[in-house]
Design a protein around this ligand. Structure first.
Ligand code: COA
Length: 257
């Protein structure tokens, strides 16, 4: 599978997907969103891929936002479609993937770039990363889930502040706010993400997928998260990985998933 705007590299069970438009600070145009959709669907289908790491090309930006040049002339209908299609194709897709996706935020993560990072299952930032949702400075609002996911991650007050000031916070503030889980020097970013990916790879992929569904259910107003947890917990008992995991424990060996 080859892409115009992405680089894809596999190491052991981990797939590194790099958004590769560095001269445009990896801004998300329609083509890149479509390619990310295809690349992530392929990663989810591939049994040899247990974790995806998502990053941006170059040392300056993860993703500097949705491509402003592309949407500048849109009308109301096109604007609505842009948000709806993008959420469906990419942002909701990532959040609900059964394969965990770690965002390795290597620089600016602004607008759609921060929304992309927030859709991932967790985030690691390099020390030079800067994050914000500056859409109101352009006369628009975040449309790829940013108003919802930022408030969930950092609380309503901080989310409101960041969005309505169109401010940008450095990685250390993002760490303090809980927007990213770790902050590391830029040279260590991918190896750090790979370290957490390797830890994930030791565990049952079926149980991980269940855990993702159960956690996400708590943020879905149409579903009772506790009921979903019971259902997913029960389903685990019917999997070969549960048999392997519990048998390995009793035989005092490491489970082979
Ligand atoms: N959409 C389209 N192009 C973008 C972009 C975006 N979101 N962000 C950066 N670019 C392009 C610039 O237009 C420029 O392209 P050009 O050389 O063809 O003119 C190139 O990337 C480099 O960006 P530049 O602005 O020259 O870099 P900088 O170091 O001076 O500033 C930023 C970096 C991130 C502060 C600045 O690019 C910026 O504010 N970007 C937009 C951020 C934003 O509002 N995102 C939300 C979008 S909804």
């Amino acid at each position: 599978m080859s892409f115009q705007n992405l680089l894809v590299q596999d190491t052991d069970l981990v797939r590194l997907i790099t958004i590769n438009r560095p001269d445009q600070l990896n801004a998300l145009n329609k083509a890149t969103i479509q390619e990310l959709h295809e690349a992530l669907k392929a990663a989810e289908r591939a049994s040899e891929v247990r974790v995806v790491i998502l990053t941006g090309s170059g040392e300056k930006a993860f993703v500097a936002g949705a491509d402003i040049k592309e949407f500048a002339s849109f009308d109301i209908t096109q604007g609505k479609q842009l948000a709806a299609k993008g959420q469906e194709l990419l942002f909701d897709l990532i959040e609900n993937m059964s394969t965990p996706v770690i965002a390795a935020v290597n620089g600016f993560a602004l607008g759609g770039g921060l929304e992309l990072a927030m859709s991932c299952h967790f985030r690691i930032a390099s020390e030079n990363a800067r994050m914000g949702l500056p859409e109101v400075s352009l006369g628009v609002i975040p449309g790829y889930g940013g108003t919802q996911r930022l408030a969930r991650l950092v609380g309503k007050g901080k989310a409101m502040e960041l969005i309505i000031t169109a401010g940008m916070i450095p990685a250390e503030d993002a760490l303090r706010w809980g927007l990213v889980n770790y902050m590391v020097p830029q040279v260590d970013l991918i190896t750090t993400a790979a370290k957490y990916a390797a830890q994930i790879c030791k565990n049952s992929p079926m149980a991980i997928a269940s855990a993702i569904r159960a956690v996400n259910a708590g943020y879905d107003k149409k579903v009772d998260g506790f009921v979903k947890e019971i259902e997913e917990f029960g389903k685990c008992f019917g999997t070969p990985e549960f048999v392997e995991g519990t048998t390995a424990f009793m035989e005092k060996r490491k489970a082979a998933f």
